[in-house]
Design a protein around this ligand. Sequence first.
Ligand SMILES: N[C@@H](CCC(=O)N[C@@H](CS)C(=O)NCC(=O)O)C(=O)O
Length: 267
Amino acid sequence: MQLYHHPFSLDSQKVRLALEENGIDYTSYHINPITAKHMDASFFQMNPSGKLPVFQNGSHILYNTIEIIQYIERIAAVSSIGDDMKLSSREVLEWIHKIQEWNPKYFTLSHVPEKHRLYVSKFLRQVIIARMAEYPDLASAYHLRLRDAYDTEEKLTDPEVIRSSEEHLVRLLDEVETQLNQTSYLAGEEFTMADVMLIPILARLMLLNLENEYLINRPNIADYWRMVQQRPSYKKVVGKYFDGWRRQKTLAKTWCFIRMRNLLKKY
Ligand SMILES: N[C@@H](CCC(=O)N[C@@H](CS)C(=O)NCC(=O)O)C(=O)O
């Protein structure tokens, strides 16, 4: 089994946490969306949306985060005869869908300094244009991605788009806070795939330095956040890249790569 993913991608983190928590081995391929690796023709051919993650098992390829997580659960259930492995309950599934409804894209980009954001989006557009010329048979798929890049830029200038994404997040966090007043984990006293969906959102808020605004002022979430950061799956999927000093290292590596490619005009 292969997973094409990246530590910067929130949906990739969800899937990787699911794989770790279910003890599934897989071959990992990093595709950095900020350095436009998802626009490489070899990856783009398999996945013309360019979105991450992509999960492959033989000829079976999955692109949807929830479908991948449910597939992982089925693999774990099949390979754990007698170990009492269960599939997600209806309650867990409800949380999974509710959490997936929040799209982190505009919220995240609106909290990245404009100077950096515009630099990266221009780089991405240049890469797409270069690939279109190199691979004429993929030009129409690349063209869609180019339009999407312009559309994203335009949406980010609309305060209503940002406001509604923030409000959606606040509603979700308030609901989580109420739930965590009654149970230790999101869907009861046991860690489930609902928690796997939530943790990357909390990690994203930490990465954007928004812990005080969104997490610390919700005491149940703050306690939960401290607890789940102790899990080996969290350390492997998120902590290794973003805890403490590692965050600067991870961000600097990507930033240097883009600066170099831009300087050399190598798209
Ligand atoms: N296909 C996924 C959505 C994946 C998605 O939006 N991935 C983001 C990262 S979390 C991505 O690849 N963004 C890069 C891009 O759009 O260029 C799903 O429906 O579950």
